[in-house]
Ligand binder design. Structure first.
Ligand code: GTP
Ligand code: MG
Length: 196
């Protein structure tokens, strides 16, 4: 998908700083280092708009990316990064909870997990929290380039059987590295944003 002017808008630490434009928001949620910020760059064809790092704990605040005044990608801090101080972890957790519990603009939550790893207890808690929030929700199994292409579908099935045995949530593989599967994910996003 090509956009003319995707831009970073604000790094928020509380409600008062969230944008007031009422545009729909597509939110990235997941453990530290699973590739949430990379996902944003890949989907809008920009190398470095969202800051990424091989070290977990890069995104510490709530970053809003305004995509051509059509919607926002909202990059949340990751959770479950044990080397971050307890205070930092609690702070990040507070930002995530305040946002998810109060933000009417959320159009779709994209829950990101690593295709190679079984979901952690934190992932399970987050999964349950999102289901209970009632917001539209999809799951992507990222870093699909790290396993053999022939194994991707079976692995996605296994992960879905574990997290969502009813299979009522869209569950797709993804790879920022290989830039594959983007079209399927855009189709999902478009269903939740009327005007793209
Ligand atoms: P936090 O900000 O700490 O929550 O992490 P994040 O989820 O935003 O992860 P980020 O996008 O910063 O990526 C973490 C690391 O994983 C970086 O080194 C990325 O290059 C790498 N990465 C992200 N997506 C992929 C992918 O699809 N495949 C591979 N092989 N590496 C990836
Ligand atoms: Mg990040």
């Amino acid at each position: 998908m090509n956009f003319k002017n995707p831009k970073f808008e604000i790094s928020a630490v509380g409600k008062a700083q969230y944008p007031t434009t009422n545009l729909p928001e597509i939110v990235l949620v997941g453990k530290s280092n699973v590739g949430k910020s990379s996902f944003i760059n890949t989907m809008i064809n920009r190398k470095n708009l969202a800051r990424t790092s091989s070290e977990p704990g890069k995104t510490r605040q709530i970053n809003f990316y305004n995509i051509d005044d059509i919607f926002y990608f909202v990059d949340l801090p990751g959770y479950g990064y044990s080397s971050m101080s307890k205070r930092e972890q609690e702070k990040a957790g507070g930002f995530i909870e305040e946002y998810l519990s109060s933000r009417a603009e959320i159009a779709l939550i994209i829950f990101v997990i690593d295709i190679r790893h079984d979901p952690t207890s934190d992932d399970k808690l987050m999964y349950d929290y999102i289901v209970n929030s009632g917001f539209p929700f999809m799951i992507i199994a990222n870093k699909a380039d790290k396993i053999a292409p022939t194994k991707v579908d079976a692995r996605v099935q296994d992960l879905q059987n574990y997290l969502n045995p009813l299979k009522d949530i869209t569950f797709l593989p993804f790879s920022s590295e290989k830039k594959i599967y983007n079209d399927f994910i855009w189709e999902e996003i478009q269903k939740h944003i009327n005007c793209i």
